[in-house]
Design a protein around this ligand. Structure first.
Ligand code: SF4
Length: 190
């Protein structure tokens, strides 16, 4: 267990615990405020993220930033963003079970140190890993699950919204629900 976020990051950046280390450009640890009350979790870095070392920086990331801005959140101000796996799966395929399992301890330590009140899962992979194995984004997006005093919610992955623009309205509504939940349970976010 780590007591320092900086040490956790330093060690994670050197990780070679799974085969994704062989094909990555760099580890994408996460970005944001280290004591944020709201944590966003995606599935893994894509091409732009692998090159720049930051989660959600491509077109999907720009869309995510727009939704965040809509409810007065930003990665520089009041949230943290991380991924289930910290290294890019080749050709943006889904991270394999064994890769997720190998990487899980980094996210678990991030969660323990950040200690968020709300975790928002971006897309199926993150929601099935963190909320429940049979989570279905189309049916359960925007629903808050309470677990041991904190709240979990799943919504669409921004990349999926770029492919299916018809879902953008539902995603925006999820962010409005998120704002309501923040106002209800968080003390420092706004
Ligand atoms: S994906 Fe995770 S476990 Fe695999 S090498 Fe990267 S940091 Fe390590």
């Amino acid at each position: 267990m780590y007591s320092s976020f900086a040490q956790l990051k330093t060690d994670c950046l050197d990780c070679t615990d799974c085969p994704l280390a062989d094909t990555r450009t760099q580890v994408v640890f996460g970005v944001g405020v280290e004591d944020a009350e709201v944590l966003f979790v995606g599935e893994g870095p894509g091409e732009n993220e692998d090159l720049q070392g930051e989660p959600f920086v491509g077109r999907g990331g720009q869309l995510l930033d727009k939704y965040l801005e809509h409810i007065d959140l930003s990665r520089g101000k009041n949230i943290y963003i991380a991924n289930i796996v910290k290294c890019r799966p080749p050709k943006n395929r889904d991270p394999r079970e064994e890769e997720q399992a190998a990487c899980e301890h980094w996210l678990r330590e991030q969660m323990r140190l950040i200690h968020p009140k709300i975790i928002v899962c971006l897309g199926r992979i993150a929601a099935q890993k963190i909320i429940k194995p049979d989570f279905r984004v189309t049916k359960e997006h925007g629903v808050f699950f309470e677990r041991k005093g904190f709240y979990l919610m799943g919504t669409y992955h921004p990349a999926s919204l770029l492919r299916n623009p018809a879902q953008k309205g539902d995603a925006l509504a999820d962010f409005v629900l998120l704002r309501d939940k923040i106002l209800q349970v968080c003390e420092r976010t706004y």
